[in-house]
Ligand binder design. Structure first.
Ligand code: G4P
Length: 528
């Protein structure tokens, strides 16, 4: 590959932020975009934040998304780097979407509230990162408030998330006594001025902590800092870039997102240390980003980004080669060549058509109902990127139509929404019911609202006796047929035609698993 192309690829940073709601993800996103010049004013991202409490607000926000607010992918430049920040839904009911977004990143930023330490949602998202050994950088937020002791926070992360911490900055006091941070990576002191939202600030270089300037600047807290650093040298691991890249160690920064404090330090270390686009697994081989041939996969489909056009955008992560506007690519699942006449990139509040894009970039392509999550597009070679999962649903509803004449629209609507990954659709072998499965219950409300809005279908839900599901497979066809025959009442096909076992309880599932040792029960499913 030509030198120029390699440089284009190597300067890309594609990442997502993982955190528990309220830790400060939205605030941090906003500050990062400010540094990148992608937004001019604080408040722009905040305005789009979906309410975590009311679905109706969530829907309104989604609808408004296209006109006034930012999109799911935010691209910005910082220094010589092209950064793609992928947004992840904050509400845990939409965590399946988050999991899939995480398959398209090269690294992640983890935000932790210093008052709370590691919380449940972060733990779950971390598990997903671990599946792919995604490198993670950590930002401990809200140091302007009283929180847990910094050393305790590090132990908390190490113990709960089983990842080694390497602090790259260290806080000086907290809450009312928060004076700033000492950057161990740059050997610079950053003094905290509350409420100051300066975009760029240089630290004061203090190479040696014995420097008397430290006492002048920090008073009695200088001794505290010296003590802490001494303690740290014995207790914490030094930063090891190789261990970070393997996902074994997380560099840690402290700061206050709302005060824009510590954010620039974080961003500087992030662009320097975080990995650029790496090789990606397909069903047949690893694909290097430096290969000439274009390839990419769809990890998200978003409807109604622009309500005026009722469009559906498929987000494609480029994995290799260069994208050129108007290029013909093969859509492998349907076996057709398609021309991508218009591809969009998203710059916080704007979207623009692009002429070219590189591995690591996310492009939005118009979806007229033919693209599904997990689809691969490439030049010629029939590749299929792997690792884009569906998770076994934990909530179920039976859908009923208010007007039985609308069956066709319901069919179409549910199928499309399932392809988008908004919900999972099951058709029982023994009935003509529509059964929806979701990882979070709010998904159901969204589906009913969207069926009405987009397909003109009035639907309602009935509770159903199922509590859990597993996709099933078996190497021995005879045994599989026997299993199918004996369990017809609990079997259903999903939207892709895969057989799933729906169980009324975990206990019942466990029992059936024991009874049928040759059948494999899968908790996750790859998109086919
Ligand atoms: P999220 O996206 O992770 O859910 O969190 P978000 O950024 O919305 O932040 C959650 C709350 O924490 C917000 O307060 C936000 O202002 C506050 N916050 C974020 N960073 C800091 C920080 O560094 N220090 C302090 N003290 N607070 C911080 P809110 O009351 O929910 O919203 P708002 O009305 O203040 O915007």
């Amino acid at each position: 590959m030509k030198k120029h192309n390699q440089q284009e690829i190597d300067r890309r940073r594609t990442f997502g932020i993982i955190s528990h709601p309220d830790a400060g993800k939205t605030t941090l996103t906003e500050k990062l975009l400010l540094f990148g010049g992608a937004i001019q004013m604080a408040g722009a991202v905040k305005a789009r934040k979906a309410s975590r409490h009311a679905t109706s607000d969530w829907m309104t926000m989604e609808r408004e998304r296209g006109i006034s607010v930012t999109s799911s992918v935010m691209k910005f430049n910082y220094r010589d780097y092209e950064v793609n920040l992928l947004d992840t839904p904050g509400h845990q009911d939409f965590s399946e979407d988050t999991y899939r977004v995480l398959t398209a990143v090269d690294s992640a930023l983890m935000v932790i509230d210093s008052g709370k330490g590691v919380e449940t949602q972060t733990e779950k998202l971390m598990e997903v990162c671990r599946m792919r050994n995604t490198p993670i950088m950590t930002f401990i937020n809200k140091l302007d408030r009283e929180g847990l002791d910094p050393l305790d926070l590090l132990s908390n992360i190490e113990e709960t998330l089983q990842i080694e911490c390497a602090p790259l900055s260290w806080p000086i006091g907290m809450g009312k006594c928060f004076r700033g941070t000492y950057n161990l990576y740059r050997k610079q002191l950053h003094l905290f001025v509350p409420g100051q939202e300066t975009r760029f600030s240089d630290g004061i270089v203090i190479e040696d902590l014995a420097d008397p300037r430290l006492d002048e600047l920090l008073g009695s807290q200088a001794a505290e800092l010296r003590n802490d650093i001494e303690l740290l040298e014995g207790a914490a691991s030094p930063f090891d870039p190789a261990e970070y890249l393997k996902g074994n160690q997380t560099p840690v920064f402290f700061g206050s997102a709302v005060n824009n404090f510590g954010v620039q330090e974080l961003l500087d270390a992030f662009v320097e240390q975080a990995p650029g686009p790496g090789p990606r697994a397909t069903a047949t081989r690893m694909v290097s980003p430096y290969e000439e041939e274009f390839s990419g996969f769809v990890f998200k489909i978003q409807a109604n980004m622009d309500p005026a056009h009722r469009d559906r955008i498929a987000f494609l992560r480029i994995c290799s080669g260069k994208f050129r506007r108007g290029m013909k690519v093969r859509h492998h699942r349907i076996g057709k060549d398609v021309q991508i006449a218009n591809a969009t990139i998203f710059m916080a509040q704007d979207r623009t058509n692009i002429e070219e894009a590189w591995p690591g970039d996310i492009i939005g392509i118009h979806n007229h109902g033919t693209i599904k999550i997990g689809d691969t597009f490439s030049d010629k070679e029939p590749l299929k990127f792997t690792g884009i999962p569906s998770f076994a649903p934990e909530h179920f509803r039976r859908v009923r139509l208010k007007n039985p004449m609308k069956t066709k629209q319901l069919d179409k609507g549910l199928l499309q929404l399932a392809e988008e990954g908004a919900v999972q659709l099951f058709r029982p072998l023994m009935s003509s019911d529509y059964i929806l499965g979701a990882v979070g219950v709010l998904q159901f409300d969204v589906i009913v609202a969207r069926l009405k809005d987009e397909y003109g279908v009035d639907a309602l839900y009935e509770g159903i006796e199922f509590a859990t599901a597993r996709w099933v497979s078996c190497a021995d066809q005879k045994k599989f047929n026997e299993f199918e025959k004996k369990n017809q009442g609990n079997l259903a096909l999903d939207a892709e035609g895969n057989l799933a076992f729906l169980a009324p309880s975990e206990w019942r599932l466990g029992y059936v698993i024991e009874q049928w040792p040759d059948i494999v029960f899968h908790k996750t499913k790859e998109h086919s």
